[in-house]
Design a protein around this ligand. Sequence first.
Ligand code: HEM
Length: 435
Amino acid sequence: MTSAPSAEQTTRIPDDIARAVVLPESYGDEKNVTYPAFSWLRQNLPVGQAFVDGYDPLWLITKFDDIMTVEKNHSLFNASMNNPILNTQAGDAFLRSLTPDGSIRYLDALPFLDPPEHTQIKAATSNWFTPKNVAKFADRIRAIAREDVEKLLSFDGECDWATDFALYYPLRVILGLFGIPQDDLPLMLKLTQEFFGANDPDEKRDDVEVSPEAAARQFQAAFADFFAYFDQFTEDRRTNPRDDLMSVIANAKIDGKFLGQATVNGSYLQVATAGHDTTSSTVSGVAIAMAQQPDQWQRVREDHSLISNMVNEAVRWTSPVKHFMRSASEDTVLHGVQIRKGDRLMLNYPSGNRDEDYFADADTFDLDRSPNKHLGFGFGGHMCIGQHIARIEMEILFEELAPKIKKIELAGEPKPIKTNFVSSFKSVPVKFTKA
Ligand code: HEM
């Protein structure tokens, strides 16, 4: 952020590359669309501006170091000035129309906040998310893992790994930790997919047509349903606190006062939704990688101490969270490029995680990759609060699975959801050989 921009600097990204990164449909084929675009950007225009019809102009940040610089400097690169999640202009206008003051803060949740508010609210619940506390729930998580592995085995050698297996396990774990009745699993699944998959035509509610406004409306409808659902639990958890996450959020206090109702609901919603599509996407990523490299699965089966490396590399390789957004709070220079106050920056985690300056042969899943400090969980003040839950639940799952399955093969092309935010798979057809 120190060197001045050159006078003749040209920062406009070619339109085809810009569309390949910005549009949700590009993420239906990352190998052939988004990854080549990211590679071009890292080499030619690591901080370049994308102009895509229907979207605000966006600075696409694609190098690991630049993403870190932005993440670390929250007063200069702010999360609350504009939508921290990329949306169309029409979609954002619709969301602003829903708030009384026309602000974009349509959800009172951590990704939308800056310090000091962000720091206070995060601190109010963060003790629950530490590795030490999460480890207390390992036995409960293992019981769910065992049941789900048995269910997988019952498919007798062939299934859709994404929809028959990877989708349910993280959802069951997070609902259990959260304290939500397991019977409500289908409802939570449906709401999350509507929330994250709002741009994918296959994930629409039946009653909305495919348009940016309709996608935003779907978002809002999903919120309203979530809030109506969660309201019933807050009073109960204040009167009868348990060891679940809902009790932690319901009873969190700042300066001796409970968090406001909007923040309580916003916190429920973000944890309930952020906690499973991300993880199920990574679990599917492991299946795809291990099908491509059966020797690595064999090594994991023989040596379970490799499981934590495998999980960590799967988060890098899959990068289920495609971006978060920041806005410049004043004029500044990043990577020699002039950024103006109010400009919006898209932090492209999948690109940072394939930056050749940090990751050799980055497209290859490498069990032995070391060091492997990636950006899959973000970085800085907003870094993923649930990362230890995600790691421990995946480690337990693969400890249970590895002895039972000798070989995983793809039986068809994996189909990701077309979204530029949090990915998941619609389908990962596999054949597997029981041990
Ligand atoms: C493999 C699984 C997961 C991945 C890849 C992932 C990734 C991320 C990323 C990239 C961010 C943004 C970080 C930033 O802005 O720098 C984030 C934030 C967040 N994640 Fe996760 N996450 C995962 C699992 C979870 C789980 C299991 C939970 C909850 C139980 C969770 C809850 C959150 C919350 C609440 C935030 C907002 C934090 C803030 O803004 O301060 N995530 N996650």
